[in-house]
Design a protein around this ligand. Structure first.
Ligand code: ADP
Ligand code: ADP
Ligand code: ZN
Length: 219
């Protein structure tokens, strides 16, 4: 069982790397952002509650996201999990620790993906995703091969996220620095923190993460 957290600001490349780890290592990606967007798109009660919060770029309550993760951990069968965009607060980090402990599991590595704010603006403003398979693209750094068509699944449902605008990004960054970045110190103190340079090209970031995982799982 390998359990990893990908930690970093919006646009750092967490989702991109998580998808690779799913393919290469057979882990299951748990993205609270994706789960919340699903709830929103399917129009559930919870989806209605979180829609405005997400559009503004604020964090959804701990209670809601911890509930989502708890449910997935109880039902998904996996060799391990990649937590992508969770935890985002100290309360969520504590909840995750007890959920893992309860099932006799532990955290193997917290990978901080370091990217400066200027690059984040470029990344977020060029991001689009496939509505069918979830592949993540970028206008400049990861374009599709055939205009308007997903390379992975051939779908034409390529979407730009409604919250990927300058105003919401500003608020998401504030939330990140206020509430999420303290987790870097927390996991450092626990001895679980590894930092990779997220400004490298996608392939090189993947190599850095692979090195970290070899190191973390060997010890
Ligand atoms: P990004 O890819 O920009 O990091 P996500 O897709 O992870 O963004 O999250 C989108 C939005 O969903 C966040 O701005 C926030 O409103 C909500 N969200 C996602 N994960 C969490 C979480 N763990 N705690 C609180 N809110 C969350
Ligand atoms: P996060 O999940 O952390 O919000 P994403 O994986 O969605 O980040 O990546 C944000 C955007 O940046 C996407 O458009 C993605 O294609 C692009 N991207 C991801 N990693 C890199 C990288 N190392 N170099 C350049 N662009 C990248
Ligand atoms: Zn697709």
């Amino acid at each position: 069982m390998t359990n990893i957290i990908l930690l970093g600001p919006p646009g750092a490349g967490k989702g991109t790397q998580a998808r690779r780890l799913v393919e290469e290592r057979g882990l299951v990606q748990l993205s609270t952002g994706d789960m919340l967007r699903e709830a929103k798109d399917s129009g559930t009660e919870m989806g209605k509650i979180v829609a405005d919060v997400m559009a503004r770029g604020d964090l959804v309550t701990d209670e809601i996201v911890i509930g989502l993760i708890e449910e997935k951990l109880a039902t998904a069968k996996a060799n391990g999990f990649i937590f992508d965009g969770f935890p985002r607060t100290l309360a969520q980090a504590d909840a995750l620790a007890s959920l893992l402990k309860r099932s006799g599991n532990q955290l193997d590595a917290v990978i901080e993906m370091r990217v400066d704010d200027e690059a984040l603006v470029d990344r977020i403003s060029g991001r689009f995703t496939c509505g069918k398979c979830g592949e993540v693209y970028h206008d400049k750094t990861k374009p599709v091969k055939v205009d308007g068509t997903c390379d992975e699944c051939g779908s034409n449902d390529l979407r730009h996220r409604a919250d990927d605008n300058a105003e919401s990004l500003k608020q998401r960054l504030m939330e990140y620095y206020k509430k999420t970045s303290p987790l870097i110190g927390y996991y450092y103190a626990m001895g679980d923190l590894f930092t990779v340079d997220g400004l490298q090209e996608i392939e090189d970031v993947a190599k850095s993460i692979a090195n970290v995982l070899d190191q973390a799982t060997a010890s």
